[in-house]
Structure formats: C-alpha cells, structure tokens
Design a protein around this ligand. Sequence first.
Ligand code: ZN
Ligand code: ZN
Length: 350
Amino acid sequence: MKTIGYAAQTAQSRLTPLSFERRALRDNDVAIEILYCGVCHSDLHMARNDWNASTYPVVPGHEIVGKVTAIGAEVSQYQVGDHVAVGCMVDSCQDCDSCYNGEEQYCRNGFTLTYGSPDRIDGSITHGGYSKHIVVREEFVLKVPETLDLARAAPLLCAGITTYSPLRHWGVGPGSRVGVIGMGGLGHMAVKLAVALGAHVTVISTSASKQADAMSLGADAFLVSKDAQAMTEAQSSFDLIIDTVPVKHDLTPYVPLLDLDASLVLVGQLGPVDGTDTSPLVFGRRHISGSLIGGIAETQEMLDFCARMNVLPECEMIRMDQINEAFARMERSDVRYRFVIDMASLQASQ
Ligand SMILES: [Zn+2]
Ligand SMILES: [Zn+2]
C-alpha cells in the first residue's frame, strides 16, 4: 500500500514529505488510516539522532489515533471503521515472562518500536505516525473508547501511559501524596491522571511561574524547589514523585522530599544524572527508580480510565507542514502541552 508521510533524511535535515510503502496485510494485521498523531519529545531526538540509534529516513510518531480500513484474515478484535490507537510499540517476542505478564515494554528480547526498529519478520525499518496510513499487528492495536475525544486522545498513547503506569505500579489512589517534577507533555498528564486517581498532587518547579497553570490542571499544591525553607518543610511528605524532566538534572534536592519507603520515579530523562547524595536514600529507605511507557493491557486500561473520568491532554492542533516549526517551539518549551498533527492536513497540503 502506497502512503505518504513526513521524514527526516539526515540528522541535520528538516522533515519533508516522503512517499513510501506500507506492507501488505499479514493475517494478524490491522490497516489504519491515521487521523491524529501527537508530537513527542522523543520524535525530535530520533529525527536528530540524539541517541545514536536512528536509521534514516526517520518517519517519527508514536501517539497515533485512526480508523481501521482493512483487517487480515485472522484478526478477531477489530472491524473496518473502528476507531483505534497505536502507541510506542508495534511488536514484541510474545514468548517471554515480561510478554506473558503484559509488560511488553520490558520484553526480554526487545520490543519493536513504532518507528526506527527492524520489523521482526521482514527486517524492514518501521515508520511511525507522521503519515497517512500504518499497518500494525492486532495485538498492538488499542481500542479508542467511544466517549473519548479523538483529536485529543493521541497524546495519551505515550505521555499518558508513561505517567499512568508508574502511578498504578506504585499504588496511587485516594489520599496518596504525589509530587510531579516538570510540567510539559508528560508532567501535565501526570498531574491530571494522579488527580483523577484521587491523589493529593503537588507540582514541584524551579520557579513560581507555572503555579497558576498547575492549579488549573487540578493540582492541589505547588512547591518551588528554589525556596529552601519550603523544601525543608516539605521533607518526608511524599509517597511518590514522578520526575518528568527530559534533560540532565540534579536529583539531590528532591530525594529528601520522599517519605520512608517512597520512590522518585524517572520517566523523562535517559542517561547520567548529576551527583546524588546517598545519605537520604540510606537514612530514609528511599528509592530512585525508573519506568518505561506501559504494557498493552495497561494502555487499554488507561484509555478506558481516561474516557470514564474525562481526562484529556491539553493539545495544540497543527498541520503536518507545521512540524518543523513545532519542533523548534518544543525545544523552547513553547507548547501547552502537546502538539497534535491533524492528519487530514497531510492530504490537503500535497
Ligand atoms: Zn513518546
Ligand atoms: Zn517478550
């Protein structure tokens, strides 16, 4: 199947239109016309080869919402016309303990990324959601609940599940004291989801400039990390802190905020962190941890939860041909809080 998308041809190039083929349907494949695709910070990193893992051309995009246009002979869960979604994974081994446990993101044999990974059967490099169509095996396709706003649902597939999974894993519920560091695409979802789960949510930020925004998203409190007295008063007062900051930063000020046995969970930044004092870890049996997206079953649970609780990302809709400008703005943190590409604009602009 011929389709069109936007691709980076090199680490230095802007994204430009690219015509390419989607594979013919395998028996367990679902063909999807993409309606909306969110713009994740990792799309920018992959387009520019920031992680030295990119194979060009790169067609980014792993927050995909669309409509089923065809199904393979053995597909049983989906029909033509269904509204569906695809996140960061399109395949895994399906035969290891992690996969059996519904944690395909920790597949012992490595999961297949929605873009930039070799396909497990034919070895071709996967292309993501900055395109008109995608073909994905049934097991990695999600149902979009009828009551969920299609245009705003896309960012749930990465930003949503990346924050929902640790909230669930660490048992957040009514009365939990949750801190959120960083209030971008991930952080604003962490706030909304934790509030919807019944937690008491505090946004922790270097300055007070985001306080009004935090409160409007539903946060209960705001803590300025540069305010030494406020930080001292907040010691040992959190059950869980979700750290969504996407760049290298110092964890030292945040660890003492954790209560006994509580965890600081990193979901944004990959790589070394600046020197961390182990004393508060030892003296308070505190934990520093990490968490990667979420499994397929958990992603479906998250979509259903968001539909039920009416939790939706704050989105700024863009046309496909505005993607380079969107990348530039994202680098300046000039987005509230997620760009979403209206894929109808791709056809219109060609
Ligand atoms: Zn992402
Ligand atoms: Zn596996």
